[in-house]
Design a protein around this ligand. Structure first.
Ligand SMILES: Cc1ncc(COP(=O)(O)O)c(C=O)c1O
Length: 358
């Protein structure tokens, strides 16, 4: 299922021990009001991680702790955007991010995505003076493309020339299978135009509701003011737990372990698709993350297939609702994060039966 992660390998014993330790040994200072940016130790750990793992150019003073990417976007929109502003979004794209932008009163400009990521030339043709661009350059959601180096430079150049903002959603970049990790777009930015967003929803688990922003230094005060007005500051306990979890090496160990698990699941899924449907069946975005896309052949309608599959307890997400424009591509988004490798061939067989019913 899309968005779900492998939990059977989560180090619950270590996690519970840390939760218990921090619940038992409460420092009175941690019960009072705190910094709207989040706890200092936690932000140091995240900044160090982002510098080494994602080549993000940041200091702890630029890191804000939030309740997931969703709040990061909400705060960014309130700081950077006014009602009526045009914003480039990827087409197809991530609906939850688009909803935040819509709620902020922005005009969404759907910019096409090809095999190099967001087509910057298309964006410039449609709306050269957009106020911002929301992008998933490491692993485009949902198509799974990695934005090419030249497109990254083009996008940064556009932002610099027009004084626009780039909101980089780096939600699952830890997981790459075919080649080396790709550095963040923020790391290439020499002009402080990129607001970087990360989350623990994929690397750990989504109900944790912890994410973070790396904010250009000269915008930090404005982000703090909005955050303070929104929910004052983030809850303490899980920040303390996660700081130890990262500093004691559990986080990087868990990423290494889950990377292997997802890599195996991904290989089994790609092979099962080829076995069931033949090599002509188009698979997109299988080199990274926890989902891939299969493009539906002929006149098959993805919503109809998803509904039919759900009746059979099989979760195939339709691709077409990720489009804002007419004539969307018909496809299925297959999440493999939470499905054991040995179950995958059966699920793909089940999928073939659902498709064949047409
Ligand atoms: C594109 C994208 N961004 C971000 C997230 C994570 O959001 P959050 O951190 O709010 O849980 C997801 C989760 O599915 C996603 O698909």
């Amino acid at each position: 299922m899309v968005g779900q992660v492998a939990l059977e390998n989560f180090p619950f014993a270590v996690w519970s021990k840390l939760v218990m330790r921090h619940s038992r040994r409460v420092r009175i200072s941690s019960l009072h009001f705190s910094d709207p940016m989040g706890s200092a130790d936690f932000r140091e750990s995240i900044a160090a991680y982002l510098r080494t793992a994602r080549a993000v150019n940041c200091e702890a003073s630029q890191i804000m702790i939030v309740s997931g990417s969703q709040q990061a976007l909400e705060i960014s929109a309130r700081v950077l955007l006014d009602p009526g502003n045009a914003v480039w979004v990827e087409e197809p794209g991530y609906r939850l991010a688009q909803q935040v932008l819509k709620m902020a009163g922005c005009q969404l400009i759907p910019v096409s995505v090809d095999n190099e990521g967001l087509d910057v030339a298309d964006g410039m043709k449609q709306c050269p003076k957009a106020r911002a661009a929301y992008v998933t350059p490491s692993h485009q959601f949902p198509l799974g493309v990695t934005m090419s180096a030249s497109r990254r430079l083009q996008l940064l150049d556009w932002a610099q020339r027009t004084g626009s903002w780039i909101i980089e959603d780096d939600y699952d970049s830890e997981y790459r299978y075919a080649n080396m990790p790709i550095a963040s777009l923020q790391g290439l930015d020499r002009n402080s135009r990129v607001i970087y967003i990360g989350t623990f929803s994929k690397t750990l688990f989504p109900s944790l509701r912890i994410g973070f922003l790396a904010i250009p230094a000269d915008l930090v005060d404005r982000f703090v003011a909005v955050r303070h007005a929104m929910d004052v500051y983030p809850a303490h306990l899980h920040q303390a737990v996660l700081t130890d979890f990262i500093n004691q090496g559990h986080f990087s160990r868990h990423i290494r372990r889950t990377r292997q698990i997802y890599s195996e699941r991904r290989n089994v899924l790609v092979e099962a698709i080829a076995n069931e449907f033949g090599s002509g069946f188009q698979v997109l975005g299988a080199d990274a993350g926890m989902h891939l896309v299969t493009v539906l052949p002929g006149r098959l309608q993805d919503r109809e297939i998803s509904e039919r599959a759900a009746q059979d307890n099989l979760w195939l997400w339709p691709l077409s609702p990720c489009y804002l424009t007419k004539n969307p591509r018909q496809g299925l988004i297959l999440g493999f994060g939470s499905t054991a490798a040995h179950e995958i061939p059966n699920r793909v067989r089940q999928m073939r039966k659902v498709l064949a019913l047409k």
